[in-house]
Design a protein around this ligand. Sequence first.
Ligand code: NZQ
Ligand code: ZN
Length: 386
Amino acid sequence: MNSFTFFHPTRIIFGKDVENQAGQEARKYGTRVLLHYGGGSIKQSGLYDRVTASLREAGLEWRELGGVQPNPRLSLVKEGISLCREFAADIILAVGGGSVIDSAKAIAAGVMYDGDVWDFYSGGAFPQKALPVGVVLTISAAGSEASNSSVITNEDGWYKFGLSADCLRPVFSLCNPQLTCTVPPYQTACGIADMLAHVMERYFTPQRDVDVTDRMCEALMIAIIENGRRVMADPNSYEARAEIMWAGTVAHNDIVGVGRSGDWSSHRIEHELSAIYDIAHGAGLAIVFPAWMKHVYKHDIPRFKQFAERVFEVTAGSDEEVALEGIARLESFFREIGLPVTLSEAGIPHDRLDEMAKKCAWRSADVGNYVKLTEDTVRQVLELAK
Ligand code: NZQ
Ligand code: ZN
């Protein structure tokens, strides 16, 4: 097992009606709040009114910046940085999903930096400090409510890059599963695929002797699959929504990633898809992950066999047959919850695979840790995703 430091400062406040605590939690960090949100779902659901009432009750002043798009854009981040400076915001309150939270994190780091915030994403600089970010979570998916990451799309060239830094972990996250009952079925399914992918990225590791985290990953994957089915069948079930919400957080706060290095090439490849085609991240992963598995499984058949046996209860066949059956069952699970598993099924043409492979491998010689991919082999994964 690798040596590790696990730093998780986010206060998670979980349960019914917790969004009404937004004001009192934000008040701990100052009196001036930037309220950041997306395309309008929070106004339709009435959440906006409840959150602003809570800010008012706590005696806070706020400015608003809505309009975050899925696959959040750099231009809005820059607007947010100017607004925060002008208003001297003490804290950013992100009300939404991964896109809103990631945009808030980018603003939080950018406010403290004299240069171009994109430097943090392109690798030209690293953020040492950021404004505090608080969260009211509305969708179970990206896990940004407790992760140290932010993923931003630069419209100039359509580059989608991630940044990970301790100062980006939210200071609190208010997680009310009831709020996710209005998430449409397709987005719910995308979230399930994303959280499953977050566990799988960590599960397929070059480290041996990581039994505790292996078993935690397997339990989490089984729970996501079972409760994913439940939530798709009964979208208003508080119990199923609660399981999925907590799973999304645990899948990506890195508790199941300690002591091992994850792979992350499927995420890198998917970011190329969503950068160019603006597809939902989870749907992109449902396409890329099985293709990646088909490309790499021969490298470590025992691990793929363990995945198939323990997560999907595959029993019959040779080691290789069991490994392949695990991949097939993952693919059929994605199909069952309504996701595309090929580029064609998502309506994505095949004429820019070279470009995506090139952009994916552009920043570093290798993509991934479990099996190191190059531009050529990323291209082969995309070929398998056709
Ligand atoms: O914009 P609004 O109106 O809020 O609508 C959103 C959006 O259209 C809607 N939605 C959210 N909550 C809702 C709702 N609709 C009805 N009722 C609700 N309660 O759902 C749509 C998708 O929202 P988005 O925030 O984009 O979803 P998600 O949480 O999946 O975030 C995706 C982004 O996170 C990044 C992805 O790449 C993508 O850009 N990721 C961030 C990570 C991180 N920071 O740690 C890790 C992930 O691997 C991922 O890369
Ligand atoms: Zn993801």
